[in-house]
Design a protein around this ligand. Structure first.
Ligand code: HEC
Ligand code: HEC
Length: 256
């Protein structure tokens, strides 16, 4: 599902750029390597570096100079295979293909992060930020953008333009933050618990239920499902064009 969406996103970019079909096929081949790499990464590396490689107890790999200098795993591979045991990075014996896929995934993530960052000018007066069309932004928000699946102009986004400075608002379209993951835990007796994540690593998980009670478990003894509400928002981001982002911003700026 996720993969199809990503390929479709890339495809429309490819077509928009007028690239030839071979280039599109190659992009898709890379996308599927990156996809396998993503699964491998999330299983093997995610609990230290974060599922999206943006850092947790281990460093952010998207902004790592080593990763940015890497080509097809030539620098990432030795770190994976030797580890840095004295610094908390264990060694993993992965195949060349697995390392290459992980490298493809990290480079693809870095590219997305860079292209998003480029779209957001840092110190800009509002008139210059407002290059989009608010009407088109509203149409996208209510329609093709599927924003109303989770947001509403009269609800959580009422007065959003008064809440944030223009630059912060534009940044938040691309990098929202603050949402807590939702956790479901099924214990050995089959009893289910649900609530907001308060802590999770490879050994422990804990949640706060709707009555405010906090429960913790050793992960070995229970089944855990964690849903990050920002995952879908992030996925959508990859499908926006520059015009979509500008238009959305112009529209949200009208919600004073
Ligand atoms: C148990 C936690 C842990 C796991 C699992 C883990 N790492 Fe690390 N990783 C670290 C820590 C901590 C560092 C920082 C080491 C240092 O300070 O030199 C690191 C460093 C790195 C670096 C070097 C970054 C840089 O800029 O120098 C890369 C690349 C890396 N890890 C990739 C991976 C990959 C790929 C996997 C999965 C195959 C993985 N790591 C699994 C903890 C982990
Ligand atoms: C599947 C659900 C989902 C969809 C669809 C979605 N978002 Fe979000 N969005 C979120 C979540 C969750 C947050 C984090 C909310 C929070 O921090 O309280 C968020 C945060 C935001 C924020 C920051 C709000 C703030 O107060 O910090 C903006 C702006 C935003 N989204 C815009 C959009 C736009 C524009 C679209 C459509 C193109 C969209 N979102 C589609 C889930 C979604």
């Amino acid at each position: 599902m996720l993969r199809r969406a990503l390929c479709l996103g890339l495809l429309s970019v490819c077509i928009a750029l007028g690239q030839d079909p071979d280039a599109i096929r190659e992009t898709q081949a890379n996308a599927s390597g990156a996809d396998a790499g993503k699964r491998q990464f999330q299983q093997t590396c995610g609990f230290c570096h974060g599922p999206d490689a943006r850092g947790a107890s281990g460093p952010d790999l998207i902004r790592s100079p080593l990763v940015s200098r890497d080509q097809n795993g030539n620098l990432i591979g030795p770190v994976i295979r030797n580890g840095r045991p004295e610094k908390g990075m264990p060694a993993f014996q992965l195949s060349d293909a697995e390392i290459r896929n992980i490298a493809d995934f990290l480079h693809a993530e870095a590219k997305v992060a860079a292209s998003v960052a480029q779209r957001i000018p840092s110190e800009y007066p509002l008139e210059k930020l407002l290059v989009g069309n608010a009407g088109d932004g509203k149409a996208f928000f209510d329609g093709a953008g599927h924003c109303t699946a989770c947001h509403s102009a009269a609800g959580d986004f009422a007065h959003i333009a008064s809440k944030y400075k223009p630059f912060d608002l534009q940044t938040r379209i691309a990098f929202p933050s603050g949402a807590k993951s939702n956790v479901t835990v099924t214990d050995a007796s089959g009893k289910m618990f649900e609530g907001e994540e308060t802590y999770a690593d490879e050994f422990f998980v804990s949640l706060r239920d709707k009555n405010g009670h906090v429960f913790s478990w050793s992960r070995q003894s229970v089944k855990v499902q964690i849903r990050d509400p920002l995952r879908e928002h992030e996925r959508l981001l990859k499908t926006y064009t520059d015009k979509n982002v500008h238009d959305l911003f112009a529209y949200l700026e009208t919600l004073k």
